[in-house]
Design a protein around this ligand. Structure first.
Ligand SMILES: [Zn+2]
Length: 262
């Protein structure tokens, strides 16, 4: 009788290769499905707000976060706030995609005729129409804040407005773990806010004096300027009419500064 010999160790070799390929395909499909779901969830948090451009008179849509669709998680030492799932900072710059005029939302409509002319002559003239994705990531947000900073420079905005944009850019670079750019923009924020303290009235871009003193002290602490940080904190601690939350943060920062000098 004829016998058949099998290499039983390798009987399923091809099936195993096929199975591994199928598993990989399945995992990839699942991942892309998850990404799609995440994208859809984020899209559900946003809507299109109709805006009118005060520079070129064009009506356009600006992405905005639906009420109650994002949740405050925590704030860092210098009051950078973390939200889930959408960061309001990503959507705070309004860009007219027609003429390139961009500003933080609280300043978008506050523009004089002279400033509008400066935007038309210096920005719109070189601006190519740009469409942004439906959901922004940190890089899109950085691009929009930089366009807002360019517009602020061209329109001759006050130091406080430019400093506020630099503060947000510093925070966005922190999110990207790009320490070099973070530090550069935070230094500019400190420089601009110092000028604003002398020359501008509060609130500055929505920040009251006590809050801004606290942020300045925390920024200096982060950049290693502990003497400056202490000096500013001293100014804050003798102030009255400071919100409770800021007082509490200031006391925590004072403890940190004490520990640094031990
Ligand atoms: Zn426009």
């Amino acid at each position: 009788m004829k016998d058949y010999i099998f290499d039983l160790d390798n009987l399923f070799v091809e099936d195993k290769v096929k199975s591994a390929k199928n598993l990989k395909k399945f995992q990839e499909e699942e991942m892309s499905q998850n990404e799609n779901n995440e994208q859809k969830n984020l899209e559900n948090c946003l809507y299109d707000k109709t805006m009118h451009c005060p520079v070129c008179d064009y009506d356009f849509k600006a992405r905005a976060i639906r009420k109650g669709k994002t949740r405050f998680v925590k704030s860092e030492l210098d009051l950078r706030c973390i939200y889930d799932p959408v960061s309001p900072d990503y959507y705070d710059v309004i860009v007219c995609e027609q003429c390139g005029y961009a500003a933080i939302s609280s300043k978008f409509n506050r523009i004089t005729d002279r400033q509008a002319k400066q935007i038309i002559n210096n920005i719109s003239i070189n601006y190519a129409h740009k469409t942004y994705p439906k959901v922004y990531d940190v890089d899109v947000a950085i691009e929009r804040y930089k366009l807002a900073l360019l517009n602020a420079t061209v329109k001759g905005a006050k130091a406080g407005e430019k400093a506020y944009i630099c503060l947000k850019l510093g925070w966005l670079y922190r999110e990207k773990k790009d320490a070099q750019n973070e530090i550069s923009y935070l230094k500019s924020a400190i420089e601009g806010f110092n000028l604003a303290f002398t020359n501008e009235n509060f609130p500055i871009c929505g920040l009251e004096e006590g809050t801004l003193l606290y942020i300045m002290s925390a920024l200096n602490y982060r950049l290693g300027n502990t003497d400056e940080s202490k000096k500013i904190l001293g100014r804050l601690l003798v102030k009255t009419n400071v919100p409770e939350m800021i007082k509490k943060n200031a006391e925590d920062l004072r403890e940190l500064l004490r520990a640094t000098h031990k």
